[in-house]
Design a protein around this ligand. Structure first.
Ligand SMILES: [Fe+2]
Ligand SMILES: [Fe+2]
Length: 242
């Protein structure tokens, strides 16, 4: 399924009932072009993961409404506190009266319960939460790739790892889901922008993520990826160690 919007926002199902909502930004606006991907998980308690920047809220919410009514969202989840991950949080909380922010315990303590119009539902490291048929699990990854409060979310039934800014690929034209290499192109971006923290714990944090044996990596920028996620994560760890 693919739908085009005025903003060129596209919707593609990348795993069972998990939709990648991608808004491309052309090179005239961001050097080299870029994409912002939000993920919608359709279940009894629907979740959107990343809100997208506040200024993209009209596009993101319009895209979601092609699948489910926005006011039925139950959770507004995100990896860390940054405009593209949660800039539109309050817009979503206003549009969906039954929704809660969903984030790490550090994010709740440090930022979200101050800036959000409703308190957050924090997930502890390793904690699972049922959305209905799907079960999500939070994995704390402080400072990886950046932000003290950073973590990543794993959907256990489809083995989808929502890996936020890991494997960020530049450019504004990407397949929704690819099996081709995304490591080299994302390493080009890391080389140019140095957006990873320099935590000494990257290797063990990668191990925590790889232990889930993901089959889909739901990247926030660029294509989502399908394959042996543990292997690709460990290749990333090797690059980070150089
Ligand atoms: Fe980020
Ligand atoms: Fe991001």
């Amino acid at each position: 399924m693919k739908t085009n919007y005025q903003s060129n926002t596209t919707i593609d199902e990348i795993a069972d009932k998990i939709y990648r909502i991608s808004t491309p930004v052309p090179p005239e606006a961001i050097a080299g072009g870029f994409t912002f991907n939000q993920y919608l998980v359709v279940d009894a308690q629907p979740m959107v993961y990343h809100t997208g920047p506040r200024k993209m809220f009209p596009f993101t919410s319009e895209a979601i409404s092609a699948i489910i009514p926005v006011n039925t969202l139950r959770y507004i989840g995100f990896s860390h506190y940054e405009a593209d991950e949660c800039g539109a949080l309050n817009d979503f909380l206003e549009a969906a009266p039954g929704a809660e922010p969903l984030c790490s315990t550090i994010a709740k303590m440090v930022s979200i319960d101050d800036i959000a119009i409703r308190p957050a539902r924090a997930l502890a490291d390793g904690e699972q939460l049922s959305l209905g048929e799907k079960v999500i699990q939070w994995i704390d990854t402080p400072h990886f790739p950046h932000g003290w409060e950073c973590g990543h979310l794993f959907e256990t039934t489809t083995k989808t790892l929502f890996c936020s800014d890991l494997f960020t690929q530049g450019g504004d034209k990407h397949e929704p889901l690819t099996e081709s290499d995304i490591l080299d192109s994302s390493e080009k971006m890391r080389g140019a922008l140095d957006y990873y923290s320099h935590t000494r714990h990257a290797h063990e944090l990668v191990d925590k993520l790889a232990m889930t044996s993901p089959r889909v990596l739901a990247c926030m920028h660029g294509s989502a990826w399908q394959g042996d996620g543990a292997l690709l994560l460990r290749k990333l760890a090797d690059r980070l160690a150089v």
